[in-house]
Design a protein around this ligand. Structure first.
Ligand SMILES: [Zn+2]
Length: 222
């Protein structure tokens, strides 16, 4: 590691599912409760904008206990070298966080485990017994800035918001993600890294594209 690198003050925003985690919470949770076909049906409905899909998927989980969600997230493996990279970035003094279109109940858990500075996502509503009501709050929606993404979590909005909060210029931001929900964030960050991209457009628009399932590779580009 060069000295020059350690002098920089950077903000690094990670996507969670498929990037920090070698798996996806929604699928893991759906598998456990026999809801996989229903989740896939919603996700394959191209007529539904992303934020409507998020609403419908949350409704499928109505009645599950918050512990069910925690158990699911605890059982998804971290991506190869995730721990190492997280530790390295923190030691360099970088501001590191998660911006995900999953749920805060999961992102908070992962952020705490990795000693990250922030995590932002949709919020599943709980009743007084800790069960999911099926409602989901989407405080980071695309409509906040009229973004083209039209998904429940506009990652560009969250990136800009956190850069401002931590007083870091957008020229000193890095975003890392694997799917088209990450696109607006990858385009906005100074360095956008497509990590095992699921769609070709991500590869085309990102500054860097990594095919291997190894997070250690991202350090070569930061
Ligand atoms: Zn957006």
């Amino acid at each position: 590691m060069s000295n020059k690198r350690s002098e920089k003050h950077l903000l690094i925003a990670f996507d969670m599912d498929g990037t920090l985690l070698d798996g996806r919470l929604v699928f893991t949770l759906a598998d456990r409760f026999g809801l996989s076909d229903k989740v896939r049906e919603i996700q394959n409905n191209i007529l539904l904008p992303g934020y409507e899909q998020t609403r419908k998927i949350a409704m499928l989980f109505k009645g599950l206990d918050q512990q069910d969600v925690r158990n699911a997230i605890e059982n998804i493996k971290l991506m190869k070298n995730c721990d190492r990279v997280a530790k390295e970035f923190k030691e360099l003094g970088y501001v590191v966080g998660i911006i995900s279109d999953s749920y805060t109940i999961a992102t908070n858990y992962v952020a705490e485990k990795l000693n990250f500075d922030f995590s932002e996502s949709n919020i599943l509503e709980l009743d007084q017994n800790g069960k999911l009501t099926g409602n989901v709050k989407m405080p980071l929606g695309w409509e906040k800035i009229g973004c083209y993404c039209k998904i429940s979590v506009c990652k560009r909005y969250s990136l800009e918001k956190n850069a401002q909060k931590f007083k870091i210029a957008l020229e000193s931001t890095v975003a890392i993600g694997d799917s088209k929900s990450d696109l607006c964030m990858l385009e906005r960050a100074n360095i956008g890294i497509a990590f095992r991209p699921k769609q070709k457009i991500l590869e085309e628009k990102a500054d860097v594209s990594i095919k291997e399932a190894d997070l250690a590779i991202v350090t070569q580009f930061i």
